[in-house]
Design a protein around this ligand. Structure first.
Ligand SMILES: Cc1cc2nc3c(=O)[nH]c(=O)nc-3n(C[C@H](O)[C@H](O)[C@H](O)COP(=O)(O)O)c2cc1C
Length: 171
């Protein structure tokens, strides 16, 4: 099988997941590329595309729908992956991409997501945001920040590798 793993990653979290996905695809022909290096006309050459992004303002980066819209022909199978720093405001991130794929009848085989520490926002900014919260909410938010530290961690990355292996078994 010919496989493309492509991603947008601002601070490197999603890139780590992309590399771990590639690790799970041993024995296949795999191209691993940042999305800006992908030619829209090349998409049709692949049996499956793993498409990933961090989540920014509840959406994947615009480069993802732009690439899908620019391609004349799309492969039959897609799998999505994302990293995000909230418990909920990521779930609809692939909305625009999904809408397009539904029209052309490409299948979304599966999706993977994990937490990604918000290294794009300085710690001082996060601290001052937490300080503004009422005490009961603040405690909860501080606990959440602790869980976010160092993510994606080894366990997340191992899950990403297993995710890729499980998809190969399905095809
Ligand atoms: C400007 C900005 C906006 C973000 N918006 C969201 C968001 O809406 N929901 C969320 O869960 N995470 C959000 N995050 C957190 C990132 O999705 C998370 O840190 C992710 O792992 C970043 O991936 P990357 O390192 O591949 O860029 C945001 C981060 C930044 C810098």
């Amino acid at each position: 099988m010919k496989i493309l793993v492509t991603y947008f990653s601002n601070t490197g979290n999603t890139e780590k997941v992309a590399q771990s996905i590639k690790n799970g695809l041993e024995g296949q022909h795999v191209d691993l590329k940042p999305i800006k290096e992908v030619e829209p006309s090349s998409l049709k050459e692949y049996d499956i595309i793993f498409l990933g992004s961090g989540i920014y303002a509840s959406r994947v980066n615009k480069a993802l729908p732009d690439l899908i819209n620019a391609a004349q022909e799309l492969p039959p199978n897609f799998a999505f992956f994302s990293t995000h720093a909230s418990a909920d405001s990521y779930q609809d991130g692939f909305k625009l991409v999904k809408r397009k794929l539904e029209k052309v009848k490409s299948k979304i085989i599966s999706e993977f997501d994990c937490m990604g520490e918000n290294i794009g926002i300085p710690e001082a900014t996060i601290k001052s945001m937490l300080e503004k919260l009422p005490p009961e909410k603040r405690k909860e938010a501080e606990e959440f920040q602790k869980k976010l530290k160092g993510r994606p961690n080894d366990e997340d990355l191992e899950k990403a590798t297993k995710f890729a292996q499980s998809i190969i078994k399905k095809l």
